[in-house]
Design a protein around this ligand. Structure first.
Ligand SMILES: Nc1nc2c(c(=O)[nH]1)N(C=O)[C@@H](CNc1ccc(C(=O)N[C@@H](CCC(=O)O)C(=O)O)cc1)CN2
Ligand SMILES: Nc1nc2c(ncn2[C@@H]2O[C@H](COP(=O)(O)OP(=O)(O)OP(=O)(O)O)[C@@H](O)[C@H]2O)c(=O)[nH]1
Ligand SMILES: [Mg+2]
Length: 447
């Protein structure tokens, strides 16, 4: 087991006043510190003891429950103790100070989970899922983070890493014994299995991409020419008067983020500066930001003035060309003479002013959020770093396929090793420099 001499302490409950507040300790001195503070000589494992928590001078700081988890049966795998007090920030700070005076030091953000990882209680993807569960903004994201925490994603990665190792061993054997017949897999069999692996890797990549969207929420950017009614539509969808609306083209310059919930699922909508050829320095900077934001978008919500949709589309077509998905709306339907509303099938007619068509637009957005069957049963959250690693692995497996066909077996073995390492970085079997510091520093303190 990973050895850690330092005992760490932190307030485990959310900042602010609450019903109950918990100070959590982990490390070799945790039990001794808890015994001193609670004046209980014996703490039964995993048993809630009622106690008074005392300061150095014997005065009572609070009364509460002491809960001890002796190693290794604890969250971190070390001795863990919880002091469950009243949820008063002042009391909790005093308890924490007392723990420090007795030899504990303040935990860094994520340090409990980092120790759980180092002690093999969780792998890296599971530890990340803990943070993703805590940060989940809706039920689907929470369920998906829960599945990642249960190891659904990790198990898929591990199976793939194991198959890669297996194939490497066979390819190495083919290199070493190239003039002898090999027991087990022949070259054709290896080729077939690499092919199957490439297919399951592509499938896992698609699911991880979906998982990343579940974690981060759908990021939709409103884009269109000036005066089309982008800001009006943001206000109408958000139900608040958020963005400035005027009849002057070029009103919006800064990006405006607004978080909406549609059918219980989170969506970030970003209003942007209208795109056009002219404009002063401020407006041009706004347009630059609009395009940059679009590059990060899952979805472009293209807003055109329904009376000038064709010219409007020409102003934005190049900008939205690379976005993964789009919804096109023709706004200002209220200004069209009845009967002239003849938009193509894939276009939604709306009016930010009257609210006409907004329900259909919400339904279209909801379909994007929940329409993917992958987002249902079995979906797990993932992070960009996981998606990148799976892409690297997929590329390396592709290399392995090509080099095997060309009989460059050393290169095949090397490509398989690269793929295995890329996948190993997801679960933390392979650790790049400061990957842990990078990951755990974004956790809450006390987690
Ligand atoms: N009060 C409290 N609630 C909490 C936590 C906590 O630390 N304290 N957790 C903290 O994140 C989560 C639960 N996570 C935990 C994970 C493992 C163990 C644990 O003791 N595991 C042992 C025993 C398992 C068993 O009895 O089946 C083990 O795995 O060996 C405890 C909490 C959520 N709720
Ligand atoms: N009649 C009508 N007018 C609208 C509608 N939506 C917006 N407008 C008007 O169109 C003008 C421009 O609206 P904005 O929402 O500021 O347009 P924008 O696309 O954000 O414009 P920029 O920020 O300049 O790019 C304003 O005068 C709005 O009142 C609509 O559905 N019907
Ligand atoms: Mg605007």
């Amino acid at each position: 087991m990973h050895q850690c001499n330092e005992t760490i302490a932190a307030i485990a409950t959310a900042p602010g006043a609450g019903g109950v507040g918990i100070v959590r300790l982990s490390g070799p001195a945790a039990l001794a510190i808890a015994r001193t503070i609670s004046a209980r000589r014996a703490l039964r494992a995993r048993h809630a003891h009622y106690a008074r928590f005392r300061d150095a001078d014997g005065s009572v700081l609070d009364d509460g429950l002491v809960l001890a988890f002796p190693a290794p049966a604890s969250y971190t795998g070390e001795d863990v103790v919880e002091l469950q007090a009243h949820g008063s920030p002042v009391v909790l700070q005093q308890l924490l100070a007392r723990c420090r005076a007795l030899g504990a030091r303040l935990a860094r953000p994520g340090e409990f989970s980092e120790r759980a990882f180092l002690n093999g209680r969780l792998d890296l993807a599971q530890a990340e899922a803990v943070a993703d569960l805590i940060a989940a903004g809706d039920v689907r994201a929470a369920r998906a983070a829960r599945r990642a925490l249960d190891g659904v994603f990790s198990a898929r990665c591990e199976a793939m890493a194991a198959e890669l190792l297996h194939l490497r061993v066979h390819v190495e054997a083919m290199i070493d014994f190239s003039d002898e017949p090999i027991d087990g897999l022949g070259g054709d069999e290896v080729a077939r299995r690499i092919e199957a692996l490439a297919a399951s890797l592509a499938q896992l990549l698609a699911e991880a991409e979906q998982g990343r969207r579940l974690r981060d929420g759908l990021h939709a950017v409103i884009i269109g020419p000036p005066n089309a009614g982008k800001s009006s539509l943001l206000n109408a969808l958000a139900g608040v008067d958020r963005a400035i609306v005027t009849d002057i083209a070029g009103t919006t310059r800064d990006l405006l983020h607004e978080t909406l919930r549609i059918g219980g699922v989170e969506l970030t909508l970003v209003d942007t500066a209208g795109l056009r050829a002219e404009g002063d320095a401020i407006e041009r900077e706004g347009m630059r930001r609009a395009r940059a934001e679009l590059a990060r978008a899952d979805l472009a919500l293209v807003v055109l003035d329904g009376r000038a949709a064709d010219t409007g589309w020409m102003q934005v077509a190049d900008a939205v060309a690379d976005v993964g998905d789009r919804i096109i709306v023709h706004n200002k339907a209220d200004l069209l003479a009845p009967g002239t509303a003849t938009a193509p099938d894939d276009v939604l007619q709306v009016s930010a002013h009257t609210g006409a068509g907004l329900d259909a637009l919400r339904a279209a957005l909801q379909a994007r959020l929940g329409g993917d069957p992958l987002a249902g049963e079995g979906a797990f959250t993932a992070r960009q770093r996981h998606v990148d690693a799976l892409r690297d692995a997929a590329e390396a497996v592709e290399d392995a396929r090509g080099t095997l066909a060309a009989q460059h077996l050393e290169l095949t073995a090397e490509a398989l090793r690269i793929a295995q390492d890329a996948i190993g970085a997801i679960t933390g079997q392979v650790l790049a420099d400061d990957l842990l510091g990078h990951i755990f520093s974004s956790f809450c303190i006390g987690k």
